[in-house]
Design a binder for this molecule. Structure first.
Ligand code: COA
Length: 194
């Protein structure tokens, strides 16, 4: 795959705005259409800076040559919900089915595990079968449905809520680390005993 995945940088703001206009025109599965996201270049720069300074948030871009062809982000929540984060992903239509969505999701899950995020939440149109099968592939489960979640050209569209519970995986990693430490301790003790 001639695709490189990198963390967003403030200087990518212009490309991000361009990207959202392209991807927004290609699908009705996002919260925006061909107008893209609202912000000016400066506002998007500030937005990326805020993400980069938040230890529980990240934005990845998939680059093909000089263009963004995919984007995913984890947005950490605050205070009593700081164990959770929201996830969103998109890929330009010409690249659908070539593994970019999976690669972006994998990076985001790995970031979440490394940064103490216990639960990842997302919402998706209930008829977005491609996205739903991508999420299921990575272990997300459906936990509910919100009727009339969005309204596009007078049509009300339901959304499925899905989540990925990382608590067991995080605990397993802690246990493995503890066991490794114990083994090292035991081996060091043996050396001392001799
Ligand atoms: C949903 C989206 C991000 C998937 O990205 P992608 O790069 O096409 O995903 P991948 O190529 O990694 O495919 C991932 C999985 O999707 C599923 N998938 C792929 N094509 C599919 C199809 N035609 N029908 C159903 N599921 C499909 C498969 O489970 C696939 O995994 P597999 O290849 O291991 O079998 C992309 O289609 C997209 O941006 N769509 C428009 C915006 C959107 O819907 N975003 C999500 C909002 S919730």
């Amino acid at each position: 795959m001639d695709i490189i995945i990198k963390e967003a940088k403030p200087e990518d703001a212009n490309k991000l705005i361009e990207y959202t206009k392209i991807v927004g025109a290609q699908t009705d599965n996002l919260s925006f259409g061909k107008e893209g996201i609202d912000g000016t270049v400066q506002e998007e720069k500030e937005f990326i800076k805020r993400i980069n300074s938040d230890p529980k948030s990240v934005m990845y871009f998939a680059w093909k040559n000089e263009d963004i062809v995919g984007c995913a982000n984890i947005s950490g929540m605050k205070r009593r919900m700081s164990h959770r984060a929201n996830f969103a992903v998109s890929v330009v239509k010409s690249e659908w089915g070539s593994g970019i969505g999976s690669a972006l999701l994998e990076k985001c899950i790995s970031f979440a595990k490394d940064n103490g995020i216990e639960i990842i939440n997302l919402d998706t149109r209930s008829d977005n079968l491609r996205a739903i099968s991508l999420y299921k592939k990575f272990g997300f489960v459906k936990i509910g449905r919100i009727p009339a979640f969005s309204k596009i050209n007078c049509e009300y569209i339901d959304a499925d809520l899905m989540y990925l519970d990382l608590r067991e995986k995080i605990n397993n990693r802690k246990i493995e680390a503890f066991e490794r430490l114990e083994t090292i301790r035991r081996e060091n003790k043996k050396e001392i005993d001799f």
